[in-house]
Design a protein around this ligand. Sequence first.
Ligand code: AMP
Length: 189
Amino acid sequence: MADGLRIVFLGPPNSGKGTQALMLASRLGVPAISTGEMLRAAVAAGSDLGLRVGDVMARGELVNDDLMAEVVSARLAQDDAARGFILDGYPRTLPQAETLKGILDRLEAALDAVILIDAPTDVLIARGLGRGRVDDSVEVMRDRLRVYREKTEPLITYYDRLGVLHSVDGDQSIEQVGQQLLAVVGVGT
Ligand code: AMP
């Protein structure tokens, strides 16, 4: 799979997938595209998009699929994504997975791998508290997790059926998870 550069990272908040997406992307020479980061940047900039998503994000809920479709199709149309990408935080719902398929079909491309990074709930919560982001109160974290289980977890079966799903245990050191990801994508260490 060494040439397979279109990758989706799937997993709950605080599973470490953001960190890993950045590390693997730099190793593969493709952009790490985090929709959460894009939205936070929009909120910080006070752009139209930011004004539309700020409240929803603060509640730990999901931004609506149509708006996310605009954000992601514009981002994937940029030059740096032409030879691959790691998507971190998208798709998060079944309709988003269908949207992504549509975008890739038009580009005559397909996903090479979807990698699930998961860890036990208590580990996720403890990590979130350690991170201490302003919006990460225990309540909001629990809401984010509930939304993940309800809306995003069905994607595991969806991608498993398509034969592209891989799983890595996120309850390990950053280095260990990184090593396993390299093995999954077929890059020697
Ligand atoms: P993240 O950093 O990926 O946890 O994203 C932070 C927040 O941005 C989420 O809790 C959502 O409110 C919003 N968000 C990010 N990506 C998506 C997405 N694919 N669909 C809907 N909302 C999203």
